[in-house]
Design a protein around this ligand. Structure first.
Ligand SMILES: [Mg+2]
Length: 214
């Protein structure tokens, strides 16, 4: 099977699960909820998790349920310095540079965050495009509509021409259903359906899904 394109989730797929950046971002979300909705501190975590599981992203849940201004939320959450948590990876860059396919980011975060993280990893120039949560709003992964929008944005008709990598099991299951070659990255949860799994992004070449560039 010759693939045409490869779609990567960003957070905890292109850098390891458990990176401190995620905790810092999550704390910012908690603070926003506590301050803007006047939710007692001890109830914030449960509210945020409920919104995340019901709507796919906390942002979408806040907009739908509390009429939160999406842009204010995203700006607030990402208004922190991630330099000390996310470092450049030459190995990751070399691995990406050897992939002879169109390469896209498909993320439930926004473009500002994605660009910043890719810059910190030293891999921003490796990609043909970034498809962010605003491009597919009001949908987001794991909604099939988000994947279909991503395909149409890249002028690819058939999901079977594409590889998709994500650490989130729900996203992997949807992508598989739609026909993507769906690769679960990391060990968080078990996707209901998947093509295969790898422990970390560095293991991608071992799947032999494409002929590496010389
Ligand atoms: Mg992720």
């Amino acid at each position: 099977m010759a693939f045409r394109a490869i779609f990567f989730d960003l957070d905890e797929t292109l850098y390891p699960i458990g990176n401190e950046a995620v905790e810092v971002l999550t704390n910012r979300m908690n603070l926003f909820i506590e301050e803007s909705l006047s939710v007692p501190k001890e109830e914030v975590k449960k509210l945020r998790e409920d919104l995340f599981y019901k709507y796919g992203t906390t942002a979408k849940g806040l907009v739908a349920t509390y009429d939160t201004n999406l842009y204010e939320f995203l700006h607030y959450v990402h208004n922190i310095d991630l330099k000390s948590y996310i470092k450049p990876s030459q190995a990751l860059k070399s691995m990406l540079d050897r992939i002879p396919l169109e390469k896209y980011i498909l993320t439930n975060s926004d473009r500002f965050h994605a660009t910043r993280v890719l810059k910190l990893l030293g891999i921003l120039n490796c990609f043909d495009g970034i498809i962010d949560v605003l491009d597919v709003f009001p949908d987001c992964k794991p909604s099939p509509i988000a994947f279909e929008r991503a395909l149409s944005m890249t002028c690819i008709r058939d999901a079977a021409d594409c590889i998709f990598l994500d650490d989130n099991p729900s996203n992997i299951a949807t992508a598989y259903e739609l026909g993507f070659y769906a690769v679960h990255v990391g060990k968080r949860g078990n996707p209901a359906k998947l093509s295969t799994s790898i422990d970390s992004i560095e293991d991608l070449p071992s799947l032999n899904l494409y002929q590496e560039k010389g």
